[in-house]
Ligand binder design. Sequence first.
Ligand SMILES: Cc1cc2nc3c(=O)[nH]c(=O)nc-3n(C[C@H](O)[C@H](O)[C@H](O)COP(=O)(O)OP(=O)(O)OC[C@H]3O[C@@H](n4cnc5c(N)ncnc54)[C@H](O)[C@@H]3O)c2cc1C
Length: 321
Amino acid sequence: MAQYDVVVVGGSASGLQACLTFGRAYLSVLCVDSGNPCNRFARESHNLLTHDGSSPGQIIAKAKSQLEKYPTIQLVEGMVRNVCKDISGEPDNYSFKVDIDSLEDDTTASFVARRVLFASGVDDNIGKIPIANVDKFWGNYIFHCPFCHGTEFRNGKTGVYYSNAAFLKTMLPTLYNWSRELVVICPDDVYGSLGAAFVSAMQQKNIALYQGNIVNVEPRSSEDRRLYRANLDNGSAIELDVLYLAPPSTINNKEILVKLGVELDELGLVKVSPQQKTNVEGVFASGDNTTRMRALAFVIGQGMVAAASICHEILRERWTG
Ligand SMILES: Cc1cc2nc3c(=O)[nH]c(=O)nc-3n(C[C@H](O)[C@H](O)[C@H](O)COP(=O)(O)OP(=O)(O)OC[C@H]3O[C@@H](n4cnc5c(N)ncnc54)[C@H](O)[C@@H]3O)c2cc1C
Protein backbone atom coordinates (compact mmCIF):
# COMPACT_ATOMS: atom_id res chain seq x y z
CA MET A 1 0.00 0.00 0.00
CA ALA A 2 1.39 3.42 -0.95
CA GLN A 3 2.17 5.60 2.05
CA TYR A 4 1.84 9.35 2.49
CA ASP A 5 2.47 11.73 5.33
CA VAL A 6 -1.04 13.10 4.89
CA VAL A 7 -4.22 12.31 3.02
CA VAL A 8 -6.37 15.39 2.46
CA VAL A 9 -10.04 14.61 1.90
CA GLY A 10 -11.38 17.41 -0.31
CA GLY A 11 -9.39 19.49 -2.77
CA SER A 12 -11.20 22.81 -2.80
CA ALA A 13 -10.38 26.13 -1.11
CA SER A 14 -9.39 24.79 2.28
CA GLY A 15 -7.82 21.51 1.14
CA LEU A 16 -5.77 23.04 -1.68
CA GLN A 17 -4.39 25.75 0.62
CA ALA A 18 -3.35 22.98 3.01
CA CYS A 19 -1.66 21.23 0.08
CA LEU A 20 0.25 24.41 -0.78
CA THR A 21 1.59 24.61 2.77
CA PHE A 22 2.45 20.88 2.77
CA GLY A 23 4.12 21.11 -0.62
CA ARG A 24 6.34 23.96 0.52
CA ALA A 25 7.35 21.84 3.55
CA TYR A 26 8.10 18.76 1.36
CA LEU A 27 5.53 16.53 3.10
CA SER A 28 4.08 13.81 0.89
CA VAL A 29 0.37 14.33 0.39
CA LEU A 30 -2.43 12.64 -1.46
CA CYS A 31 -5.35 15.03 -1.94
CA VAL A 32 -8.55 13.32 -3.05
CA ASP A 33 -11.39 15.39 -4.41
CA SER A 34 -14.80 14.39 -5.72
CA GLY A 35 -15.36 17.71 -7.51
CA ASN A 36 -18.43 19.10 -5.75
CA PRO A 37 -17.45 22.31 -3.95
CA CYS A 38 -20.46 24.03 -2.36
CA ASN A 39 -19.96 27.25 -4.36
CA ARG A 40 -20.05 25.51 -7.75
CA PHE A 41 -23.47 27.09 -8.46
CA ALA A 42 -22.12 30.66 -8.27
CA ARG A 43 -20.92 32.44 -11.42
CA GLU A 44 -18.66 34.76 -9.42
CA SER A 45 -16.87 34.73 -6.08
CA HIS A 46 -16.27 37.89 -4.12
CA ASN A 47 -14.50 39.15 -1.04
CA LEU A 48 -11.33 37.14 -1.62
CA LEU A 49 -8.24 39.26 -1.96
CA THR A 50 -6.77 39.14 -5.50
CA HIS A 51 -9.78 37.10 -6.70
CA ASP A 52 -12.74 39.46 -6.25
CA GLY A 53 -15.05 38.58 -9.15
CA SER A 54 -13.31 35.40 -10.32
CA SER A 55 -15.47 32.33 -10.81
CA PRO A 56 -15.10 29.47 -8.30
CA GLY A 57 -13.70 27.32 -11.13
CA GLN A 58 -11.04 29.92 -12.00
CA ILE A 59 -9.87 30.08 -8.39
CA ILE A 60 -9.53 26.30 -8.14
CA ALA A 61 -7.83 26.04 -11.54
CA LYS A 62 -5.26 28.66 -10.55
CA ALA A 63 -4.64 26.96 -7.21
CA LYS A 64 -4.07 23.63 -8.93
CA SER A 65 -1.71 25.14 -11.49
CA GLN A 66 0.34 26.76 -8.71
CA LEU A 67 0.55 23.40 -6.92
CA GLU A 68 2.12 21.74 -9.96
CA LYS A 69 5.59 22.90 -9.01
CA TYR A 70 5.45 21.05 -5.67
CA PRO A 71 6.35 17.44 -6.51
CA THR A 72 5.30 15.90 -3.18
CA ILE A 73 1.65 16.82 -3.72
CA GLN A 74 -0.53 14.42 -5.65
CA LEU A 75 -4.06 15.51 -6.57
CA VAL A 76 -6.53 12.84 -7.63
CA GLU A 77 -10.18 12.89 -8.63
CA GLY A 78 -11.80 10.37 -6.36
CA MET A 79 -14.14 9.68 -3.49
CA VAL A 80 -12.83 8.72 -0.08
CA ARG A 81 -15.11 5.92 1.06
CA ASN A 82 -13.60 5.00 4.40
CA VAL A 83 -10.87 5.97 6.82
CA CYS A 84 -9.82 3.72 9.68
CA LYS A 85 -7.27 4.37 12.36
CA ASP A 86 -4.27 2.72 14.00
CA ILE A 87 -3.35 0.14 11.48
CA SER A 88 0.26 0.41 12.66
CA GLY A 89 -0.61 -1.25 15.95
CA GLU A 90 1.80 1.10 17.74
CA PRO A 91 -0.08 3.56 19.95
CA ASP A 92 2.35 6.49 19.46
CA ASN A 93 2.82 5.98 15.78
CA TYR A 94 -0.73 6.20 14.56
CA SER A 95 -1.57 5.76 10.98
CA PHE A 96 -4.67 5.58 8.89
CA LYS A 97 -5.90 3.40 6.06
CA VAL A 98 -7.82 5.42 3.51
CA ASP A 99 -10.01 3.68 0.90
CA ILE A 100 -10.68 5.54 -2.31
CA ASP A 101 -12.86 5.05 -5.38
CA SER A 102 -11.17 6.68 -8.34
CA LEU A 103 -13.30 8.98 -10.49
CA GLU A 104 -10.63 8.98 -13.21
CA ASP A 105 -11.14 5.27 -13.94
CA ASP A 106 -13.25 2.61 -12.29
CA THR A 107 -10.62 1.41 -9.81
CA THR A 108 -10.52 1.40 -6.03
CA ALA A 109 -7.37 1.71 -3.96
CA SER A 110 -6.18 1.98 -0.37
CA PHE A 111 -3.42 4.18 1.03
CA VAL A 112 -1.70 4.65 4.35
CA ALA A 113 -1.27 8.08 5.92
CA ARG A 114 0.14 9.37 9.20
CA ARG A 115 -2.43 12.14 9.39
CA VAL A 116 -5.79 12.80 7.73
CA LEU A 117 -7.24 16.23 7.06
CA PHE A 118 -10.95 16.46 6.33
CA ALA A 119 -11.37 19.60 4.21
CA SER A 120 -14.47 18.08 2.77
CA GLY A 121 -17.06 20.79 3.24
CA VAL A 122 -20.81 20.61 3.58
CA ASP A 123 -23.79 19.74 1.45
CA ASP A 124 -26.29 22.60 1.35
CA ASN A 125 -29.09 20.15 0.52
CA ILE A 126 -30.72 22.70 -1.77
CA GLY A 127 -33.04 19.98 -3.06
CA LYS A 128 -34.55 19.69 0.43
CA ILE A 129 -35.63 23.35 0.63
CA PRO A 130 -39.42 23.29 0.09
CA ILE A 131 -39.42 26.18 -2.39
CA ALA A 132 -39.99 25.32 -6.05
CA ASN A 133 -37.19 26.58 -8.37
CA VAL A 134 -34.87 27.58 -5.54
CA ASP A 135 -32.06 25.61 -7.20
CA LYS A 136 -32.30 27.81 -10.30
CA PHE A 137 -31.33 30.91 -8.31
CA TRP A 138 -29.08 29.53 -5.55
CA GLY A 139 -25.60 31.05 -5.70
CA ASN A 140 -26.55 33.88 -8.07
CA TYR A 141 -29.74 35.50 -6.71
CA ILE A 142 -30.41 33.51 -3.55
CA PHE A 143 -27.69 33.52 -0.91
CA HIS A 144 -26.96 32.71 2.67
CA CYS A 145 -25.38 36.04 3.70
CA PRO A 146 -24.36 39.37 2.13
CA PHE A 147 -20.60 39.37 2.63
CA CYS A 148 -19.99 37.36 -0.56
CA HIS A 149 -22.58 38.81 -2.92
CA GLY A 150 -24.45 41.64 -1.15
CA THR A 151 -22.55 44.44 -2.89
CA GLU A 152 -23.74 43.26 -6.31
CA PHE A 153 -27.35 43.77 -5.09
CA ARG A 154 -26.82 47.03 -3.24
CA ASN A 155 -30.12 48.93 -2.82
CA GLY A 156 -31.96 46.13 -4.62
CA LYS A 157 -35.29 44.69 -3.53
CA THR A 158 -34.06 42.34 -0.83
CA GLY A 159 -36.02 39.45 0.68
CA VAL A 160 -35.02 37.94 4.01
CA TYR A 161 -36.35 34.48 4.82
CA TYR A 162 -34.54 32.84 7.73
CA SER A 163 -36.07 30.00 9.69
CA ASN A 164 -34.35 31.01 12.91
CA ALA A 165 -35.44 34.15 14.78
CA ALA A 166 -32.05 34.70 16.49
CA PHE A 167 -30.24 34.48 13.15
CA LEU A 168 -32.76 36.84 11.57
CA LYS A 169 -32.26 39.35 14.37
CA THR A 170 -28.49 39.22 13.86
CA MET A 171 -28.63 39.46 10.09
CA LEU A 172 -31.31 42.11 9.56
CA PRO A 173 -29.30 45.10 10.87
CA THR A 174 -26.41 43.84 8.76
CA LEU A 175 -28.51 43.49 5.61
CA TYR A 176 -29.90 46.98 6.22
CA ASN A 177 -26.40 48.19 5.35
CA TRP A 178 -26.76 46.85 1.81
CA SER A 179 -30.37 47.81 1.13
CA ARG A 180 -33.18 49.83 2.67
CA GLU A 181 -35.70 48.03 0.46
CA LEU A 182 -36.00 45.10 2.81
CA VAL A 183 -38.87 42.64 3.00
CA VAL A 184 -38.89 40.08 5.80
CA ILE A 185 -40.84 36.90 5.18
CA CYS A 186 -41.53 35.04 8.37
CA PRO A 187 -42.73 31.51 8.95
CA ASP A 188 -45.21 31.41 11.90
CA ASP A 189 -42.77 30.18 14.55
CA VAL A 190 -40.17 32.81 13.64
CA TYR A 191 -42.80 35.52 13.60
CA GLY A 192 -43.86 34.53 17.13
CA SER A 193 -40.30 34.87 18.47
CA LEU A 194 -39.36 38.25 17.00
CA GLY A 195 -40.56 40.25 19.98
CA ALA A 196 -42.46 43.56 20.02
CA ALA A 197 -39.34 45.75 20.27
CA PHE A 198 -37.74 44.21 17.19
CA VAL A 199 -40.97 44.40 15.17
CA SER A 200 -41.36 48.05 16.18
CA ALA A 201 -37.75 48.79 15.08
CA MET A 202 -38.55 47.16 11.74
CA GLN A 203 -41.67 49.30 11.37
CA GLN A 204 -39.73 52.47 12.12
CA LYS A 205 -37.32 51.58 9.32
CA ASN A 206 -40.19 50.80 6.92
CA ILE A 207 -39.16 47.18 6.61
CA ALA A 208 -42.11 45.21 5.29
CA LEU A 209 -43.05 42.08 7.22
CA TYR A 210 -44.99 39.19 5.69
CA GLN A 211 -46.11 36.21 7.73
CA GLY A 212 -46.04 33.04 5.66
CA ASN A 213 -43.87 30.56 3.76
CA ILE A 214 -42.38 30.98 0.33
CA VAL A 215 -43.67 28.25 -1.96
CA ASN A 216 -41.92 29.17 -5.18
CA VAL A 217 -39.64 31.69 -6.82
CA GLU A 218 -39.86 32.90 -10.41
CA PRO A 219 -37.54 34.49 -12.98
CA ARG A 220 -38.37 37.70 -14.86
CA SER A 221 -39.12 35.87 -18.10
CA SER A 222 -38.08 32.83 -20.08
CA GLU A 223 -35.24 34.95 -21.57
CA ASP A 224 -34.29 36.92 -18.48
CA ARG A 225 -33.52 34.36 -15.79
CA ARG A 226 -32.85 36.87 -13.01
CA LEU A 227 -34.95 36.52 -9.85
CA TYR A 228 -38.25 38.36 -10.10
CA ARG A 229 -40.77 37.18 -7.55
CA ALA A 230 -41.34 35.05 -4.45
CA ASN A 231 -44.83 33.61 -4.02
CA LEU A 232 -46.12 32.85 -0.53
CA ASP A 233 -48.56 30.23 0.69
CA ASN A 234 -50.92 33.03 1.79
CA GLY A 235 -51.26 34.28 -1.79
CA SER A 236 -48.84 37.22 -1.48
CA ALA A 237 -46.41 37.81 -4.34
CA ILE A 238 -43.26 39.78 -3.53
CA GLU A 239 -40.99 41.28 -6.16
CA LEU A 240 -37.34 40.71 -5.35
CA ASP A 241 -33.88 41.16 -6.83
CA VAL A 242 -32.21 39.01 -4.21
CA LEU A 243 -33.31 36.64 -1.45
CA TYR A 244 -31.40 35.56 1.65
CA LEU A 245 -32.11 32.24 3.32
CA ALA A 246 -30.11 29.67 5.29
CA PRO A 247 -29.96 26.27 3.59
CA PRO A 248 -30.26 23.06 5.66
CA SER A 249 -26.55 22.28 5.33
CA THR A 250 -24.99 19.11 6.72
CA ILE A 251 -21.34 18.11 6.81
CA ASN A 252 -20.05 15.71 4.20
CA ASN A 253 -18.65 12.36 5.37
CA LYS A 254 -20.48 12.38 8.70
CA GLU A 255 -20.56 8.59 8.76
CA ILE A 256 -16.79 8.25 8.26
CA LEU A 257 -16.05 10.92 10.86
CA VAL A 258 -18.39 9.51 13.48
CA LYS A 259 -17.02 6.00 12.94
CA LEU A 260 -13.53 7.39 13.57
CA GLY A 261 -14.84 8.80 16.88
CA VAL A 262 -14.70 12.46 15.79
CA GLU A 263 -16.91 14.69 17.93
CA LEU A 264 -19.40 17.07 16.35
CA ASP A 265 -20.75 20.23 17.97
CA GLU A 266 -24.36 21.18 18.64
CA LEU A 267 -24.67 22.49 15.05
CA GLY A 268 -23.43 19.19 13.64
CA LEU A 269 -20.07 20.69 12.61
CA VAL A 270 -16.72 19.04 13.32
CA LYS A 271 -15.37 20.26 16.66
CA VAL A 272 -11.80 21.52 16.25
CA SER A 273 -9.13 23.18 18.37
CA PRO A 274 -7.50 26.46 17.26
CA GLN A 275 -4.92 24.20 15.53
CA GLN A 276 -7.77 22.51 13.57
CA LYS A 277 -7.28 19.25 15.51
CA THR A 278 -10.29 17.09 16.20
CA ASN A 279 -10.61 15.08 19.42
CA VAL A 280 -9.12 12.05 17.58
CA GLU A 281 -5.30 12.19 17.46
CA GLY A 282 -4.10 12.46 13.89
CA VAL A 283 -7.44 13.61 12.47
CA PHE A 284 -7.73 17.27 11.51
CA ALA A 285 -10.52 19.25 9.86
CA SER A 286 -10.71 22.64 8.18
CA GLY A 287 -13.16 24.65 6.15
CA ASP A 288 -16.93 24.77 6.01
CA ASN A 289 -17.31 21.48 7.88
CA THR A 290 -15.98 23.24 11.01
CA THR A 291 -17.47 26.73 10.92
CA ARG A 292 -20.50 28.89 10.26
CA MET A 293 -18.17 31.60 8.92
CA ARG A 294 -18.40 30.26 5.42
CA ALA A 295 -16.08 32.40 3.35
CA LEU A 296 -13.15 31.60 1.11
CA ALA A 297 -10.69 33.82 2.96
CA PHE A 298 -11.55 32.19 6.26
CA VAL A 299 -11.46 28.55 5.14
CA ILE A 300 -8.21 29.14 3.24
CA GLY A 301 -6.74 30.45 6.50
CA GLN A 302 -7.96 27.36 8.32
CA GLY A 303 -6.38 25.11 5.68
CA MET A 304 -3.05 26.81 6.26
CA VAL A 305 -3.36 26.46 10.04
CA ALA A 306 -4.29 22.76 9.77
CA ALA A 307 -1.33 22.07 7.50
CA ALA A 308 1.11 23.97 9.71
CA SER A 309 -0.14 22.04 12.78
CA ILE A 310 0.29 18.73 10.99
CA CYS A 311 3.76 19.74 9.75
CA HIS A 312 4.80 20.59 13.32
CA GLU A 313 3.63 17.20 14.57
CA ILE A 314 5.24 15.15 11.81
CA LEU A 315 8.51 17.10 11.80
CA ARG A 316 8.75 16.79 15.59
CA GLU A 317 8.31 13.02 15.24
CA ARG A 318 11.09 12.93 12.65
CA TRP A 319 13.32 15.00 14.95
CA THR A 320 12.86 12.66 17.90
CA GLY A 321 12.35 9.51 15.90
C1 LIG B 1 -23.46 29.35 -3.51
C2 LIG B 1 -22.27 29.80 -2.70
C3 LIG B 1 -21.57 30.94 -3.05
C4 LIG B 1 -20.49 31.35 -2.31
N1 LIG B 1 -19.84 32.48 -2.66
C5 LIG B 1 -18.78 32.88 -1.93
C6 LIG B 1 -18.07 34.08 -2.29
O1 LIG B 1 -18.42 34.78 -3.23
N2 LIG B 1 -17.02 34.44 -1.51
C7 LIG B 1 -16.64 33.72 -0.42
O2 LIG B 1 -15.68 34.10 0.26
N3 LIG B 1 -17.28 32.57 -0.08
C8 LIG B 1 -18.32 32.14 -0.82
N4 LIG B 1 -18.99 31.02 -0.45
C9 LIG B 1 -18.46 30.20 0.64
C10 LIG B 1 -17.29 29.35 0.13
O3 LIG B 1 -17.59 28.83 -1.13
C11 LIG B 1 -16.98 28.21 1.11
O4 LIG B 1 -16.69 28.78 2.37
C12 LIG B 1 -15.80 27.38 0.62
O5 LIG B 1 -16.03 26.85 -0.66
C13 LIG B 1 -15.56 26.22 1.58
O6 LIG B 1 -14.40 25.57 1.18
P1 LIG B 1 -14.13 24.07 1.66
O7 LIG B 1 -12.83 23.71 1.03
O8 LIG B 1 -14.27 23.97 3.13
O9 LIG B 1 -15.33 23.21 1.07
P2 LIG B 1 -15.83 23.06 -0.44
O10 LIG B 1 -15.39 24.20 -1.26
O11 LIG B 1 -17.29 22.80 -0.36
O12 LIG B 1 -15.07 21.77 -0.96
C14 LIG B 1 -15.18 20.51 -0.35
C15 LIG B 1 -14.62 19.52 -1.35
O13 LIG B 1 -14.53 18.23 -0.71
C16 LIG B 1 -14.95 17.26 -1.65
N5 LIG B 1 -15.33 16.04 -0.91
C17 LIG B 1 -16.30 15.90 0.02
N6 LIG B 1 -16.32 14.63 0.49
C18 LIG B 1 -15.35 13.97 -0.18
C19 LIG B 1 -14.89 12.62 -0.16
N7 LIG B 1 -15.43 11.69 0.66
N8 LIG B 1 -13.89 12.27 -0.99
C20 LIG B 1 -13.32 13.18 -1.82
N9 LIG B 1 -13.71 14.48 -1.88
C21 LIG B 1 -14.71 14.86 -1.07
C22 LIG B 1 -16.09 17.93 -2.40
O14 LIG B 1 -16.36 17.31 -3.65
C23 LIG B 1 -15.54 19.35 -2.56
O15 LIG B 1 -14.80 19.50 -3.75
C24 LIG B 1 -20.08 30.60 -1.19
C25 LIG B 1 -20.78 29.45 -0.82
C26 LIG B 1 -21.87 29.06 -1.55
C27 LIG B 1 -22.62 27.82 -1.14
